[in-house]
Design a protein. Sequence first.
Length: 296
Amino acid sequence: MWFVRYYHPDHGVRSGVQRADVVADISAKFPTLTSWLTSSVDNVKEAINTLARAADFAQVTYPATFFENVPAPDNPHWLAPVDDQDVWAAGVTYERSREARQEEAGAGGNVYQRVYDAKRPELFFKARGAWVVGHLGAIGIRSDTHWNVPEPELTLVMNPALEIVGLTVGNDMSSRDIEGANPLYLSQAKIYTASCALGRGILLDHIEDFPHITIRLTIQRQNMIIFSDETSTTNIRRTASELLSYLGHSLKFPQGVALMTGTGIVPPGEFTLQAGDIVRITIDKVGELINQVQVI
């Protein structure tokens, strides 16, 4: 069961529950994700059951395929599964990510080895909820860079108490040459228009740590697959509780928060995204995220 947000040309932004291939409109009960997340504090399992009951009695339902359209004012389409929630990200949580950061930074790469081994993880702000691109929306690459890659990441969704309520698919777009020039440029490499995308819904599950699942990435250019790879969440060095303990230290999230948990898939150094490329990220059981690339 997934919590979804969608846009309908006749009704605007709506909340829904997807089960199998059917989306039930639950906007009367929970008009926003924030309203449900705040209700779930200290009671996540029952809050998920409440969503199921709301779906059972929903007066309006749609086939999920109804929303499989590129976002446009006249098209029903999926929205990113966040509204007022910030999205944060963890870095250097996979050994492959550490290796890639060291390669791109050259002589300054030791900083990534140090953070990989350190007790404190790397955490950074990624996007406000309103900035996040949804499934089938257009993701961006910066116009002032020449080395841009997607970063497929399992993403945790938490309520204001930082209790995990579910999972979604994430893409933490990155300009590798900017960060490689100097780690202090991280925010410019990571935070820009359309640099963050999330899958079409939140797979609802009250979990304590990462499930052992496979993450896959394919990149298509002019109807040809030009890159494909996969990894497993078993390769994440940190536990979910580690990341959340530091994320929530001295910082509160009254509307809840989403956390991207790092990438274990890094295209080769000679690869860079181009306008028109199609990025497809699939995470077992969690879902799929497809976006076309545009230059920002």
